[in-house]
Design a binder for this molecule. Structure first.
Ligand code: SF4
Length: 170
């Protein structure tokens, strides 16, 4: 059975499929935002924070309909989804997996949402940062052990760190 430790490292670093980092300018803006966000002290209620992730984190052989509802993950541990769903539940944060920018924008623009933990590649994080202007957004890069947009990976501990910050948890 897979353990948490199994998910801390991308499945196959040797087959690294490139960098999920954006352009120099995109990454500079993301770094500046992270610096600003981590200096902030405002905390949020559970219903004010969402976790937003790309669908490409799902194992491409898995048929679970996580786009419909993250709870449809059977928690087999073959991809990052299991740990992400579990960490979001620990902080009572709704988690959404999206296949496109339009759905992401719809979720981010909900008036009740005040802060977002966003997982994506640098290019998408940068685009999301512009669209979520006015809301507090903590960005977390995914990794591309198999190339872009397929079987990507994220260390759930980075998402946990962001949730801890936004919820004001020790
Ligand atoms: S952890 Fe969830 S989404 Fe990932 S392969 Fe297993 S059942 Fe599918």
């Amino acid at each position: 059975m897979a353990t948490h430790a199994d998910h801390h490292t991308p499945p196959d670093k040797k087959a690294a499929g490139g960098s999920s980092r954006g352009s120099f300018i995109e990454e500079s803006v993301l770094s500046l935002n992270r610096w600003r966000v981590f200096r902030g002290t405002k905390t949020y209620l559970p219903e004010e924070v969402i976790v937003l992730c790309p669908h490409c984190l799902q194992n491409s052989a898995c048929a679970c309909k996580i786009l419909v509802d993250a709870k449809n993950c059977r928690r087999c541990g073959k991809c990052s989804i299991k740990d992400l769903v579990e960490v979001a539940a620990r902080y009572q944060a709704p988690i959404h997996f999206v296949a496109g920018g339009r759905e992401a924008v719809r979720l981010v623009k909900q008036p009740a949402v005040k802060a977002i933990v966003a997982v994506a590649c640098g290019k998408e994080l940068f685009a999301g940062l512009l669209k979520a202007f006015g809301k507090r957004i903590v960005t977390v890069h995914n990794e591309w052990p198999h190339g872009p947009c397929k079987d990507t990976f994220v260390d759930y501990r980075k998402v946990e760190e962001a949730l801890r910050l936004l919820r004001g948890s020790p």
